[in-house]
Design a protein around this ligand. Sequence first.
Ligand code: UDP
Length: 192
Amino acid sequence: FSSVKIMGIPFANTTRKQFVEQLQTRVKNHQNTFVVTANPEIVMYARTDNSYRETILKADYISPDGIGIIKAANSLKTPLSERIAGYDIFTELVEWANKTHQKVYFLGAKSAVISALKSKLSTSFPNIQLVGAHDGYFKDEAVIAADIEHQQPDIVFVATGFPRQEKFIAQHRHLSNGLWMGVGGSFDVFVG
Ligand code: UDP
């Protein structure tokens, strides 16, 4: 896609549909992919924290998550096609992963949320190959990393909130050639 820069962050200028299709193609081809869904809070934070800024600039795609990003693009006279919300991408990919039997690893949120997530997946998305479901309050990151490497997921959703989730992904994405995406509070909403 073409991109539109807002405060130095290049946002994917496409529709949600095309964006999700591109991610699906890359998953099918086992291409290593890092997606950041950036809302205005993330953009502002990246201005103050240079290491986080460098981390998100390593992403393959940054989606405009929130009307604030769309408005900023409009006022810069470089409009973006569409808002692409992280939660929407997350739910579309979960549905697609079920349809196409992908291996998915869920990392993040509280352990009660992970329990509820597992039960929702087993009843409503039984064809997902659930290769990992772990809360986001782990002590030993190396243990989680080793598990992900062992499982070789096609998709890794990391829901530990920014900036942690993007830092985790940038550090560990080489462990499995799939799609890695930070999804913030999406697990909470999904089971809510
Ligand atoms: N979280 C986590 N580990 C932590 C801190 C937070 O897994 O050490 C989870 C938290 O339970 C919630 C998500 O991260 O599910 C953060 O959600 P939020 O909506 O705050 O996302 P943000 O907007 O910060 O990306």
